[in-house]
Structure formats: structure tokens, C-alpha cells
Design a protein around this ligand. Structure first.
Ligand code: OFO
Length: 165
């Protein structure tokens, strides 16, 4: 059985993962409109993945005799003024998600909830991967700057990034 505190924290994470999915979706749509096919494909896929992260939490809470909450979400507020700004926001968002996961791990350990601690390890690994991916993308963008040819190649790169992921 989940403690009240653990359940509330996991439910807050459901909201955060759902909002992550919305953020990636907003970025995907923007990139699609701009004609960046590779970037938008990558973002649509990331959006789907975040939805899976959300569902995994929801099912876990219910499986442990708790009650998952599906709540209203914040509208993604993104600054689309440049690619760099956009991807920096993405990276910073993933860092915040990692902090939230660490907080959950802490609550699980303090409450001696080893089952939830074990469950959360998947998220810990996932965040290492996602932060690294966001950082690689950001570094590439930094190299390109606003060079149009570079952006075209970057978009092509992202297609392969999607295929290999
Ligand atoms: Fe990238 O946020 Fe989920 O875990």
C-alpha cells in the first residue's frame, strides 16, 4: 500500500510527464509547420514516449491499491524565437524532470517504500538518457548557430536520430 505522501508525489509526477508530452507535442507541431521534418518526427516520438512514462506511473499507483489522478494540464509556454532557445528550454525541462524523479526516490527511501524505490529506478535510467540526448542536440545547435545550411543538415540528422533511437 502506498503512503498518502508517496501517492500524492507520484500523482504530481503523472501530471509532469503528461505536461512533458504536451511540450514535445507543441515543439513537434511547430517544427512540422516550419518544414523541419526530421525534428518534428523526433519530437512526435518523444511526445509519445512521455505519454508512456505517464501511463506507467498511473498503472503503478492503481496496482499498488492507490488511486491515480488524471488532472488538468498547464499549456506549454515556449519561446520559439530561435532553435537554440527552443532546445535550451527542452534541456532545462528534462533537468527539472530528473530533479523531480530524485525527489520521488528520496520520499520512497525515507518512507522505506522499497517497491516504489525499485519501480523508480527505471525513471532514473531514463532521465540519464533523456538529459544526455537533449544535451547532444543542444551542443549541435550551438555549433550550427543560425546557419541555414547547417540547420538543413541538422534536420536530416534528426531523421536518423529517430531511426536509431
Ligand atoms: Fe523526459 O520525462 Fe519522462 O521521464
Amino acid at each position: 500500500m502506498l503512503s498518502e505522501k508517496m501517492q500524492a508525489a507520484l500523482n504530481a509526477q503523472i501530471k509532469m510527464e503528461a505536461e512533458s508530452s504536451q511540450i514535445y507535442l507543441a515543439m513537434a507541431s511547430w517544427a512540422e509547420i516550419k518544414g523541419f521534418e526530421g525534428i518534428s518526427t523526433f519530437m512526435f516520438k518523444q511526445s509519445d514516449e512521455e505519454r508512456q512514462h505517464m501511463l506507467k506511473l498511473l498503472k503503478y499507483i492503481n496496482q499498488r491499491g492507490g488511486q491515480a489522478v488524471v488532472s488538468a494540464l498547464e499549456e506549454p509556454r515556449l519561446d520559439y524565437s530561435s532553435f537554440r532557445t527552443l532546445f535550451r528550454q527542452l534541456y532545462e525541462h528534462e533537468v527539472r524532470v530528473s530533479e523531480a524523479i530524485n525527489e520521488l526516490v528520496d520520499i520512497a527511501l525515507t518512507g522505506k517504500d522499497y517497491a516504489t524505490h525499485n519501480f523508480l529506478q527505471w525513471y532514473v535510467s531514463e532521465q540519464i538518457e533523456e538529459e544526455a540526448t537533449a544535451k547532444v542536440i543542444l551542443d549541435k545547435i550551438d555549433l550550427i548557430g543560425d546557419d541555414k545550411g547547417g540547420l538543413y543538415m541538422f534536420d536530416n540528422d534528426m531523421k536518423n536520430f529517430t531511426a536509431n533511437a
